[in-house]
Design a binder for this molecule. Structure first.
Ligand code: SF4
Length: 303
């Protein structure tokens, strides 16, 4: 049976399409994994993707197979057979429904050359089968400057889909600490600006401590300045989702921060930038992986 604690990519015994029980979605989320080699252009300190036993060379996505799997699984949603599979049968009734289909998986989906065509295929199949599930792309936004990706994101917005874009830091030091990417920070910010003008963004911000270092008052001010800049330049923000480490991080020196800390960040963001009032949400991570002794010092640190 599916569990929110693990997100195996072979849950549906298919190569590209899987199902997970998603806290974010509040039910079953179908995933399309366009990175079967697990290669990613970011190397987030909290990343859950197991890469140890993966080949180091690129594996091309088989477009025909991926499109066929998408069609099969969406048809099984439409005729109800997906929920009858043993994997989903025992789920609590409030979670036993398919909420969305997301392009996510083991790397950055927009790096796949077939991403625009497969997005188009999903939109066409969703319309053909008259499915009401939401369409989501979980992205680090590193490819939005490419015309083909920008056009696909525009198409996503036209189809009523949502882009969940990562912004885990407020400055370059934080970006290098948490996301550990060779993609330049300025490009990441520029792409965020581009994407926010195409459609309202849901910003995903994972707050964690790396070697005991985490977002402090100065970095938070810079984070708020980035949000303000997006809005000033005509970008739209639908929601900001502050969250922390929910499952075992890949390194022992990566820890979560308590919900009270996330809530203090959220309150400060809404206070400084009134255009974001009511749009900042905090969700708890796991108590198991919290930074030891964090709660006692955090409020002071943010003053
Ligand atoms: S962008 Fe996603 S897949 Fe890539 S390293 Fe970060 S969390 Fe992992």
């Amino acid at each position: 049976m599916l569990s929110a604690e693990a997100h195996p990519r072979d849950s549906l015994q298919r190569q590209y399409v899987y199902s997970v029980l998603s806290r974010r979605a509040g039910g079953i989320s179908l995933g399309v994994n366009l990175n079967p080699d697990s290669i990613c252009n970011w190397a987030c300190a909290y990343c859950q993707v197991a890469r140890e036993d993966k080949p180091k060379q690129r594996l091309e996505v088989d477009f025909e197979r991926a499109a066929a799997e998408i069609s099969e699984v969406l048809e099984s949603v439409a005729d109800g057979s997906l929920l009858k599979e043993p994997l989903h049968r025992g789920l609590p009734s409030e979670l036993r429904h398919v909420v969305d289909l997301s392009f996510s998986g083991d790397g950055e989906p927009t790096t796949c050359p077939h991403f625009p065509a497969l997005l188009e295929h999903v939109i066409a199949e969703k319309n053909r089968l008259e499915l009401r599930l939401e369409l989501v792309i979980l992205s680090n936004n590193s490819m939005a400057h490419r015309p083909s990706v920008g056009a696909a994101l525009r198409r996503l917005a036209e189809a009523g889909g949502r882009l969940h874009a990562k912004l885990d830091a407020g400055d370059e030091a934080g970006y290098l600490r948490v996301d550990r990417s060779a993609v330049p920070w300025q490009r990441t910010l520029g792409n965020l600006q581009l994407a926010s003008r195409l459609a309202p963004l849901t910003l995903q911000t994972l707050i964690c401590a790396v070697d005991g270092v985490y977002m402090g008052a100065d970095e938070l001010d810079s984070y708020i300045a980035i949000l303000k800049g997006l809005l000033d330049e005509g970008g739209q923000i639908a929601k900001i989702d502050l969250h922390s480490v929910a499952r075992r991080p890949p390194f022992d020196h990566v820890k979560g921060l308590p919900l009270s800390f996330l809530q203090s960040l959220a309150a400060r963001i809404e206070d400084v930038e009134p255009r974001l009032a009511g749009l900042v949400y905090s969700s708890p991570g796991s108590d198991t992986y919290l930074l030891p002794g964090a709660a006692a010092h955090l409020e002071q640190k943010m003053v």
